[in-house]
Write a protein that binds this ligand. Structure first.
Ligand code: DC
Length: 220
């Protein structure tokens, strides 16, 4: 079977993680969560005392850092940051780091290397537009802001979100706004992406739908 590059983009809480993880497990592909890469670099910047506006220092650190994702465990330079990178403060810091053009260059180069041999499901904001514009399959997942906030608030991986649903939603919408309007690689729908609104769709239905879409491509 062909070793595809599958790009999954969309805003927070649209279901990208669950879809990407499930597809990768079904197909025996590598799953790359690029948001976790931005989050890990932001975590390490704070750990090392680097100000988030010191792009030179953060670029140098990101270029040296050993970033690993395996079995749901995220590490940077050997430190397990799986839980630490899923807090409201980490959300903010990651969005700030993701605005830095040269940090993006470093991480995009790593993402391309991870997907170079295909057989990869990569999720993020710019995978189908910037990282792999020639991906075999591009999916753009979306959902209403209410539903995305509800999912985020009930996500046990995300700690410190005992806040009201209204607050979770307003923070999520503000961050989406940052991600969609930044100068470099903003979140946009690739012209050749398949758009799926998951607001009223159980994740199993989304997975089934995408697997159907992939059938022909896998046999090419
Ligand atoms: O998907 P996430 O919430 O874990 O992403 C964390 C931050 O990184 C978020 O602000 C969006 C940003 N991001 C990005 O700019 N490009 C990507 N490919 C992935 C994430």
């Amino acid at each position: 079977m062909k070793k595809l590059i599958i790009a999954i983009d969309g805003p927070s809480g649209a279901g990208k993680g669950t879809l990407a993880r499930t597809l990768a497990a079904r197909l025996g592909y590598l799953h790359v969560d690029t948001g976790a890469m931005y989050r890990s670099v932001a975590w390490k910047a704070a750990h090392d005392g680097l100000p988030l506006d010191d792009e030179d220092a953060i670029v140098a650190m990101a270029a040296r850092a050993v970033l690993e994702q395996s079995g749901g465990v995220i590490t940077i330079d050997g430190i397990d940051v799986t839980r630490a990178i899923r807090t409201p403060a980490a959300d903010q810091a990651a969005a700030a780091v993701a605005r830095l053009p040269r940090v993006r260059e470093v991480l995009v180069a790593r993402q391309r290397a991870l997907g170079a041999n295909g057989a990869v499901v990569m999720e993020g904001r710019d995978i189908g537009t910037v990282v792999f514009p020639d991906a075999d399959m591009k999916i753009y997942l979306d959902a209403s802001a209410e539903e995305r906030a509800r999912r985020r608030a009930s996500d046990t991986a995300h700690t410190g979100v005992q806040n009201s649903l209204a607050l979770v939603q307003s923070e999520l919408v503000a961050r989406d706004q940052t991600d969609s309007t930044r100068a470099v690689a903003p979140l946009t729908l690739a012209t050749d992406a398949v758009y799926i609104d998951t607001t009223d769709m159980p994740i199993e239905v989304v997975v089934h739908h995408v697997l159907m879409l992939l059938t022909d491509k896998l046999l090419d």
